[in-house]
Design a protein around this ligand. Structure first.
Ligand SMILES: NC(=O)c1ccc[n+]([C@@H]2O[C@H](COP(=O)([O-])OP(=O)(O)OC[C@H]3O[C@@H](n4cnc5c(N)ncnc54)[C@H](OP(=O)(O)O)[C@@H]3O)[C@@H](O)[C@H]2O)c1
Length: 290
């Protein structure tokens, strides 16, 4: 029997790279990484992953990359272009005979005020409308944001959300669920999985870092306006970053219901405990102790 072939988008990023690795290690499927920067994907090839050029902004790259693909992980970056990119990808995937789509979305907290969360839900509906088998993943805040977005500067943790408490998930746990829902489509068909397994404020994370790393971590309180200015200066997409700015303001006003809700599905799906802030800091001690 031929192994199913799975295309992973975002395989040079945090969630996609880990998902591709887990899939390849399973030995049960053929893994294809669809990447726009093949030079970043050399490590993937050494793990037995086929690398194909796929740029979501260039329609001509989609059909060749989707040839022979049975299932796909749809993951986009932090821009409003995610809408047109996802539509182009899904239309082409349907045309090329892809059967199952796992989508990395965002929080499903009950608000209509955070536009990019709504954009992800529109994409979910489009996946359903095209008749794919699907699983929709809705991660809450990534724990790795504090490392990858520069919020942690040695012993100073930037805080844009005052005393608001977020629900958090590690990128590796998102990848574990993505891989599981790609490996076993029938078991997860039609499911919407919210992914958030530990709730904490930024000052609570700083206190945990102080305890585990063994030196004092300070909190640097900044306003959502400073967030907006900093990220725009760094080249962030204005439309997307406005959405996050709006989210931060609502979080501070405690106007997003269930922002700190955690879920029990990780253990039910994988039989393992999810990553907590404590376990992440312990596992990645050297990343925090520099
Ligand atoms: N951060 C959070 O707290 C959070 C929470 C919930 C959901 N999410 C969602 O998670 C997703 C981001 O995941 P991540 O943090 O793992 O991403 P990431 O590390 O920023 O990586 C983004 C990936 O997408 C690829 N990409 C970007 N534009 C592309 C294009 N035009 N064509 C092909 N590939 C393209 C990038 O390729 P290059 O390496 O070539 O740039 C990279 O591999 C977003 O959809 C976001 O909404 C994030």
């Amino acid at each position: 029997m031929t192994k199913p072939t799975i295309l992973v988008l975002g395989a040079t990023g945090k969630v996609g790279a880990k998902t591709a690795q887990i899939l390849a290690q399973s030995g049960d499927v053929k893994v294809v990484a669809g990447v726009r920067s093949p030079q970043k994907a050399i490590g993937l090839q050494t793990s037995g992953i086929e690398v194909r050029h796929l740029d979501l902004d260039f329609q001509a790259t989609l059909a060749p990359a989707l040839t022979g693909i049975d299932r796909a992980l749809l993951l986009t970056g932090y821009t409003v272009d995610m809408l047109k990119q996802s539509k182009a990808f899904l239309d082409t995937a349907k045309h090329m005979g892809v059967e199952h789509i796992v989508h990395i979305g965002a929080s499903g907290a009950p608000t209509n005020e955070v536009a990019h969360w709504g954009w992800h839900q529109l994409i979910e509906k489009y996946i359903e409308a095209l008749g794919f088998s699907f699983a929709h993943l809705r991660p809450e805040a990534f724990m790795e944001n504090i490392l990858s977005f520069g919020w942690l500067n040695r012993s100073v943790l930037t805080n844009y959300i005052a005393n608001a408490r977020w629900s958090w998930v590690s990128c590796d746990d998102v990848a574990v669920i993505a891989a599981e829902t790609l490996l076993h489509p029938q078991q997860h068909q039609g499911q919407i999985y919210p992914l958030g397994y530990d709730a904490a404020t930024i000052p609570e994370i700083a206190a945990l870092l102080t305890e585990i790393i063994g030196r004092s971590f300070q909190v640097d309180n900044r306003s959502p306006e400073e967030f907006l200015e900093t990220i725009l200066k760094a080249g962030g997409d204005p439309a997307y970053i406005q959405c996050v700015y709006q989210q931060l303001k609502l979080n501070i006003a405690n106007a997003i219901p269930q922002a700190d809700t955690t879920f029990n599905n990780f253990e039910l799906i994988t039989g393992r405990k999810p990553t907590t802030w404590r376990s992440l800091i312990q596992q990645q001690h050297s990343s925090f102790a520099y």
